[in-house]
Design a binder for this molecule. Structure first.
Ligand code: F6R
Length: 618
């Protein structure tokens, strides 16, 4: 995944592009580049490395130019280096292009272009596209818009692109298929970006280009939007974005991840806002209510997701089966899409995705739709690709999540899944009025408990992180609702600290992993007071007998496990259904502080990107 940004208007383009790229860096950060239109042609700089390096090398471009585009890259074709960085120029150096996505048939197109005399300098698929545009422009004597359209009709793959022509200082052409692109509209000025963060201080008026559309943006003219396939004119309604700039800045925190961890009382509250109406004794969710017969008559619910969202799905399975007694299956989207799954018309398929752009989740959902299932989305990014193709859905409203490691999106997903499970349980008669009321008032109080958890656990977690920062392995154990918590805790640790960690159901220890236990193995046991608490205590004893170091996440006032454990982290008491939300907090903090102490790049861990919008990677 990459980030693209562009500007056409009356202001200096350079600072808008550089600052925009900094905000989009979460989308990819192995190289960056930009081009501004100068009096004598393109001013182009690109480099391997971060946007700060680009800024150092490109300051001289901060001139009067009012048109330009920039790119921050996460490599897919060709290693991160200066040549492979975007923007890419056509052979005649008349056309320049930035691209987020993958041109799948680039190899055959490249071969054809080479036969026609084109030469290639980079290993990228993008350079093929820019030369294809030149080819059609010259051969058919087309203007830039037409040449882009001709070319895109030859292309198989996913893209959001922005293209400029050296001979036209008043125009940018953009297009999208499978990668996001939003167009911001100011006073005689236009912004384009992969998300709205680069232009929020200038305008909140914007619209999202739909898949298969392209737009020609001209100075002092209305935007001309067309279908790429048949050139049919399209209109879009400009909407006012409900997102604040402060939300996407660090607000004094050292890292976005820490800010996002601390935002959770608010993000969970925002997720419930307008939905959980405790005084009226109702859960209002139009996406569920309008299609209640689909859910209530569902033979089963299949949840598809990846990574942290998959872990949320696993907890969703416990919630929905427990509270609504509807059978649930949870699948990695990447497996589901390729394994010829049995999907019936009476199935409801729920895709959980923070970004709403994860390629595997999107493909799994499309497959489910083809097979006639009702498809539902739980997404955080409004207007994302998944949100747009689903029959219905619920946004998590956690606000932008910039840190690559997902934190607040996870607890927001758990909140939505709790709301859905409780609502369905009420409507299909599985929950008594009393139980329903008690669950909703408890859920309503979760943001306060999350706040308390943050206040009461941080110090202890910092102490523990100092002790275990040099561990090379870690085990995370849990049972029931907190088995997925263990998986998620382990994922958080490995992705940002690069310490190998495994999550296991506590009782599975004796079937193999217990062989790993010795005095150097930290074992995080998530054991709030639940029906199987005593069993987890027994598992802990087995670990202690082998000298494992136990970090226990227990309820306030715990007496048994606390006696065995080397370190105790107390989370507030709650029903088991909501305990994963509370348990997530110290686990997120633990991974954060260990990573910080190890000097890791917490917000942009190596080899990762915020959302995986391509299947192929180098
Ligand atoms: C882990 C993480 C990833 C994502 C996964 C799915 O912290 O962020 O595992 O959860 O890539 O992403 P979304 O939810 O955007 O589909």
């Amino acid at each position: 995944m990459c980030g693209i940004v562009g500007y056409l208007g009356n202001r200096k383009a350079y600072p808008i592009i550089i600052n925009g790229l900094k905000r989009l860096e979460y989308r990819g950060y192995d190289s960056a580049g930009l081009v501004v239109m100068e009096d004598d042609g393109f001013g182009l700089v690109k480099t391997k490395g971060k946007v700060s390096e680009l800024e150092e090398k490109s300051k001289f471009l901060n001139n009067g130019s009012t048109l330009g585009v920039g790119h921050t890259r996460w490599a897919t074709h060709g290693e991160p280096n200066d040549v492979n960085s975007h923007p890419h120029l056509s052979n005649d150096e008349q056309i320049v292009l930035v691209h987020n996505g993958i041109i799948e048939n680039y190899d055959s197109l490249k071969t054809e272009l080479i036969q026609k005399g084109f030469v290639f300098h980079s290993e990228t698929d993008t350079e093929v596209l820019v030369n294809l545009i030149q080819y059609f422009k010259d051969k058919e004597n087309l203007n830039l818009t037409e040449a882009v359209r001709y070319s895109l009709n030859e292309v198989v793959g996913a893209y959001a692109i922005a293209v400029m022509d050296k001979n036209d200082p008043d125009e940018i052409v953009v297009a999208r298929l499978g990668s996001p692109l939003v167009i911001g509209i100011g006073d005689n000025e236009f912004f384009i970006a992969s998300d709205a963060s680069p232009f929020l201080e200038f305008t909140k008026e914007a619209f999202y280009l739909d898949d298969g559309e392209m737009a020609t943006i001209r100075r002092d003219k209305d935007i001309d939007i067309r279908k790429i396939k048949d050139n049919l004119k399209v209109t879009h309604t400009v909407q006012e974005l409900k997102i604040n700039l402060e939300e996407i800045e660090k607000s004094g925190y050292e890292h976005f991840m820490l800010k996002e961890i601390y935002e959770q009382p608010k993000s969970i509250r925002d997720t419930m806002r307008g939905r959980l109406l405790v005084d009226e004794g109702i859960i209002k969710m139009a996406g569920i209510w309008d299609y209640q017969e689909k859910f209530l008559n569902a033979k089963r619910i299949i949840i598809v997701a990846c990574g942290t969202s998959y872990h949320a799905g696993l907890i969703g399975e416990y919630l929905i089966e427990d509270l609504a007694r509807i059978p649930v299956e949870v699948e990695y989207a990447s497996e589901f899409r390729y394994r010829n799954p049995i999907i019936n018309r009476k199935d409801v398929v729920i895709a959980i995705s923070q970004s709403g752009e994860t390629a595997d989740t999107l493909a799994a959902l499309k497959l489910a739709r083809e097979k006639g299932a009702f498809i539902y989305g739980i997404n955080n990014v409004v207007g994302s690709s998944i949100a747009r193709i689903t029959d219905a859905g619920s946004y998590t409203h956690a606000g932008p999540e910039i840190g690559v490691a997902s934190t607040k999106a996870f607890t927001a997903q758990l909140t939505i899944l709790s709301l859905i499970a409780i609502k369905l349980g009420k409507h299909n008669g599985n929950l008594s009025k009393e139980r329903f009321n008690s669950l909703i008032s408890e859920l309503d109080n979760i943001p306060e408990l999350v706040q308390k958890t943050l206040e009461n656990t941080a110090e202890k977690v910092i102490e523990i992180s100092e002790k275990y920062k040099n561990a090379t392995n870690a085990l995370y154990l849990g049972r029931g609702y907190n088995f997925p918590s263990a998986l998620e805790g382990a994922l958080k640790l490995k992705e940002i600290s690069y310490i190998h960690a495994e999550g296991y159901p506590a009782a599975e220890m004796k079937h193999g992993p217990i062989a790993l236990i010795d005095e150097n193995m930290p074992v995080v046991i998530i054991a709030p007071r639940t029906g199987y608490y005593e069993k987890v205590v027994s598992n802990a004893m087995e670990i202690k007998a082998r000298k494992g170091q136990i970090i226990a996440v227990v309820n306030t006032g715990d007496t048994e496990l606390s006696k065995i454990a080397d370190h105790v982290i107390e989370i507030p008491n709650s029903s088991e259904e909501f305990s994963p939300i509370l348990a997530a907090i110290p686990l997120q903090l633990l991974s954060y502080y260990i990573a910080v102490k190890l000097g890791r790049n917490v917000d942009q861990p190596r080899n990762l990107a915020k959302s995986v919008t391509e299947e192929k990677k180098i």
